[in-house]
Write a protein that binds this ligand. Sequence first.
Ligand code: SAH
Length: 496
Amino acid sequence: MSGRVILVGAGPGDPGLLTVKGRRAILEAQVVVYDRLVSPDILALIPERAEKIDVGKEAARHKVPQEEINRILLGKAQEGKVVVRLKGGDPFLFGRGGEELELLEEHGIPFQEVPGITSAIAVPAYGGIPVTHRDFCSSLHIVTGHQRAGKQLDIDFEALVRTKGTLVFLMGVSSLPDICAGLMAAGMDGDTPASIVEKGTTSAQRRVDGTVATLAALAKEHHITSPAISVVGKVCALAQRFDWFDRLPLKGKTILVTRPKDRAGTLSDKLRALGAEVWEYPCIETMPIAPCPAMEEALSHLADYRWLVFTSPAGVWALRDELDRQGKDARALYGVKLAAIGSGTAKGLKALGLKADYVPQVYDARHLGEGLPAQAGEQVLILRAELGSADLTAALAGRSITYNDVAVYSTRYENPRSEALRQALGEGTLSAVTFTSASTVKGFVSTVGADADFSRITGLCIGEQTAAEARKYGIAVEVASAATIDALTALAAEVL
Ligand code: SAH
């Protein structure tokens, strides 16, 4: 297939503001050429097999020149690749999207453009500023405040003031004093409300409110830096009333999610919905043991067992894979009762069309062992990780229930980004780290090193066993009221 280029707008920062079509393009890309303002969570969507080219790096203050970017896009497309050019906000709004398409068009390379949510509207929105409001204005003007070195701002202030519309300035942090002075010189009332929003739509967003007469000095006083957007107009007076984003309980908090990659999504999304910045860092990975002679053997005598017990979805997947290898499916489990340690594991069973016959009230190994409705003398088959919690087997043994504890998957601890995490801990960048099992604690500690500085983070733990593991390393912990993702999210909102 011939190469092509898809210009994709990545939105203003919040990864949730990437469009569905933009996401689809990223997932099919063979090459992704991206800028500085694209959020790391969006970059994380790029498939591993795709080549990533960062053209926003400011090595020695020199970005990759525009002509060079144009040539990269052309060259990769000519190699027959599907190239995604990922840009902050919308590619055609002060994004040089048009310039990048010219060379492609000249060479007959097919291209498409996927618009993005522009910072010009979304950043004010996250700052509580609707860019239009019928009571205040009837137009919106988006203006670049970029000043070419040694040149005057090329803005027709008289024309802008005459519109009485909302004015939005991009790339205008350093030129803000000139912008405000220009507006007033052109007759704008110095009392006109004005706001500046820095790092909009991200957890680090800050907004400063003033007037055209005061905003430049206020921005300087608060050390506002790029990227930031200035808004001038009566709509800014609404900011404090409509400030929904700043009021979110986890706004300004950075939380590390240590769950395995395939299970991180829901927790991360829930934390983000409460305003947190989430770093997804899977500290553990589960690997089914295959072939697994012990499981084969146990399954060949399944009729001997009254209960089949799972302590995580990974155990369920390992069983599914084993049945699959044997050319069987869930019907092979006919007659045996199924127990799950908690709702996540029960959901895993449900995905195979199976209903858990027993889930303990409190989702942990001890309660599972104590509450399992088995009789003394009955046999229980446990399919779980190597080195699973002894609380389960001890509770069963205490009730004279015989068990066969079979390791069906192993847990691998990964640590490719340990230095960055170590540093973030030391600098206090991270507010908290979530632990959804004792093994995520072990994975986290092996990733950053047991001697890392844990004094500035809170370990948000799903249950007591997990908390006990975290305490071993001197991590201050808070424990969720129930072993569910919702309870863990609520805990974060409550204690951070
Ligand atoms: N094409 C982009 C704009 C690129 S120009 C878009 O449609 O959003 C870069 C300028 O955009 C920055 O200087 C800043 O003024 C603004 N900007 C982009 N992202 C921003 C953010 N998250 N917060 C505040 N301003 C932002």
